[in-house]
Every structure is written in C-alpha cells, then in structure tokens.
Design a protein around this ligand. Structure first.
Ligand SMILES: *[C@@H]1O[C@H](CO)[C@@H](O)[C@H](O)[C@H]1NC(C)=O
Ligand SMILES: *[C@@H]1O[C@H](CO)[C@@H](O)[C@H](O)[C@H]1NC(C)=O
Ligand SMILES: *[C@@H]1O[C@H](CO)[C@@H](O)[C@H](O)[C@H]1NC(C)=O
Length: 342
C-alpha cells in the first residue's frame, strides 16, 4: 500500500488507487479459489487428451507423411550424383544416431539412402529426426521389392554387382559412399569426403602394402567405373565378397584410379592403424578387432580420444567393469586365459 501511495501525486488519486487495489485483490482471490476448485477435473481432462494423442501417435508414426515443401522438390537442394548408402536388414538400436551423425560429417551436398528390411526401415523411420531428413529430401528409406534380397551378405553382394540395381535405384549417382552399421566417419578429421572424388575406389587397406585399399565397409566408389566392369563381367553367385571381386578387376581397369595401402592409408582404418583417419570400420561390429589398431591400450585410448563417435558403433564396457587381472590387451594374466576385450 505504501508503495502505491508514494507514487501518487495527490491524496484523491491515492485513495482511488487503494480502492482499486483492494478490489483487484478480492477479485484475484476469488479467481484463484475458483480455478483451484476446478483444477483436479481440468488436470484429468488434459491427461486423458494427452494419452489419446500419444496412443494415436504410436500407431501412426511409421506412416507419417510430412509435406513441408509443396512448391519445389526438396531433393533438388542436393547433388544427385553423390549418394551415401547404407544397407542393413537388422533393426539395430544405433542406426538412427549413426545415420544422423554421418549426415552431419559427410559434406552437405550429399544425399543419403538407407536400404533396409521392413523392420529396419520402420525402426529408423520412427525418429522425428529421420522423418525431418526424409521430408527435407536428404534421406530416402527404401525397402527393395522382390526379387532383391538383403537378408544375407551374399544377397547384398549380388545386389551391388548387378547393373540393374544402379539403373533402377540410383540412375543419377556417380559417387557412392558405402557405409555399414560398424563404420563411422570422424568429425575431427581434416579430410573431406569431397577430397577423394578423383578416386575410382577408396577404402581401408588390408595390409600396409595392399595394392587395393578397398575394404567395402567404409568405401567410396565411382559408379562409372563400377558400370564399366559390370558391362562385360558378371560375378558368380556364392563366390568372393563384392569389394574383393571389384578390387581384382579395378586394379587392372585402364584409367581407374585406386587408393593403395602405401599412399592412401587414411581414408578408413580397419586392419592397419593410421593416425587421424577420415573414418573407421570396426570389423563385425567390434567382435573381430584388428590387433594393430586395437590391442595396445595407449593406441586404443588415442583412437577414442580422436574419434569419440566410435563408441556409438562398438559394444563398450566401462574401465571399472574390467575383469580382475586383465592386462588391458585382451588377456587375463595369471589365471586361465579369457577374452576380456574392451
Ligand atoms: C555435383 O558434384 C560434382 C563434384 O563435386 C560437380 O562436378 C557437379 O557440378 C555437381 N553437380 C551439381 C548439379 O551441383
Ligand atoms: C514388406 O511389407 C510389405 C507390406 O506390408 C509386403 O508387401 C512386403 O512383402 C514386405 N517385404 C518384405 C521383404 O518382407
Ligand atoms: C544368381 O542368383 C540369382 C538370384 O539372386 C539368380 O537370378 C541368378 O540366375 C543366379 N546366377 C547364376 C549364374 O546362377
């Protein structure tokens, strides 16, 4: 009251202000009591509404269609000749964060294609973030029609060595980045994927002197070179993996430029360690780690410090969960030997 009074210029206005203030207090009290008495009922209605909407959302999520760009094709923002491809039939829990991370580290002009089973496509499309990327033209989620099959590795090899696949599903692509659920590109790398476009094929070398640094787990391929080979050669069913098959032919293809283990050893690290590679492929999701890259604890620590994203694609244990007597190189010292891998 005194503050109200102090502000007024004459006694008359002062009394008026006090009266108005009193009325306001009474009115606001009545309002508060009324609202308070209504509250439990109101709360219940909001909860019911929320539950209803939530149930609706769960049922409809995979079928959500967003049309935020009615006026132009959102895909035209990106370069149709650059496609990052992941093929994965299993609905693995880390697919969404992995795809989103790859979208953030691959140069922005690239488009992404996820080819999955019904199950894995539904699991990836449940996230709002992937729905956004899909609506924005950045990402396509694809279930291939029969007779294509990606359920086995052999099925994927057949797909990638079949000209019809490239014709039907990526007719405009010239550069293909193929990554798998156990490969990752590092945000801290100084390399850009676009620095490698002059190669016909680049990937991880299998040895330091490998003539063909081309492991397919994280690899860049030029579709024109792939087509050149597929135009006159066919892979026999149930033979070697597609990357090795292509490797043998690409290394003798006139004009093809192939990354080799001696010069280009840091596109992707898998069996041969290299400082600060652009990315890693951890064989079989970390179940079959290469000693040169992962056995030494200091080297392992440096890998994780340089590329913390690795922990997204590897099964991890905390330091404090180590087995007793673990020598940090995958062996238990003293007692019987065990496979206490990180
Ligand atoms: C797509 O990228 C390639 C390689 O960087 C470039 O030569 C080409 O002009 C780009 N296409 C478009 C439509 O921007
Ligand atoms: C995926 O689901 C569709 C429709 O539910 C079905 O027609 C198709 O055969 C399924 N594909 C596979 C590979 O299971
Ligand atoms: C290889 O398998 C495919 C089915 O995936 C079949 O259509 C094709 O005829 C087979 N090729 C040969 C040479 O047997």
């Amino acid at each position: 009251m005194s503050t109200l009074h102090a502000g007024s210029s004459s006694p008359g206005t002062g009394i008026f202000v006090i009266n108005r203030a009193r009325i306001l207090v009474v009115v606001s009290l009545i309002l508060t009591w009324t609202i308070a008495s209504l509250l439990p009922r109101y709360k219940q209605t909001v909860l019911d509404l929320g539950r209803e909407r939530y149930n609706d959302a769960i049922e409809h999520l995979p079928a959500v269609k967003v049309d935020w760009h009615p006026k132009y094709d959102p895909k035209s923002q990106f370069n149709a000749s650059k496609v990052a491809l992941m093929i994965e039939p299993r609905p693995l829990p880390h697919l969404v964060p992995q795809i989103l991370h790859m979208i953030s580290v691959v140069p922005p002009d690239w488009r992404f294609m996820f080819i999955g089973s019904n199950k894995s496509v539904i699991s990836v499309s449940r996230s709002f973030a992937t729905q956004y990327q899909e609506a924005n033209g950045k990402l396509d989620l694809v279930v291939l029609p029969k007779p294509w099959s990606i359920e086995s590795k052999e099925g994927v090899y057949r797909l990638l060595t079949d000209l019809r696949f490239y014709d039907e599903f990526m007719p405009e692509a010239e550069w293909l980045l193929k990554f798998e659920s156990d490969s990752i590109m590092c945000a801290r790398s100084d390399d850009s994927l676009n620095d490698w476009l002059h190669y016909s094929w680049a990937g991880a070398p299998r040895s330091a002197t490998d003539r063909f640094a081309g492991n397919g787990g994280l690899s860049l391929r030029r579709i024109s070179a792939v087509r050149q080979i597929l135009n006159f050669q066919a892979r026999y069913n149930d033979t070697e993996p597609e990357d090795e098959w292509f490797g043998k032919r690409l290394t003798v293809l006139p004009g093809a430029k192939i990354a080799n283990g001696q010069q280009e050893d840091h596109f992707s690290v898998e069996s041969v360690w290299h400082e600060k590679p652009m990315g890693y492929h951890v064989r079989d999701g970390g179940e079959n780690l290469a000693d040169d890259v992962w056995k030494d604890p200091q080297r392992r620590k440096e890998n994780f410090e340089y590329c913390p994203e690795l922990s997204m694609i590897m099964p991890m244990k905390l330091e404090r969960e180590r087995c007793e007597g673990d020598n940090k190189q995958g062996e238990i010292v003293g007692e019987r030997k065990g496979g206490g891998r990180e």
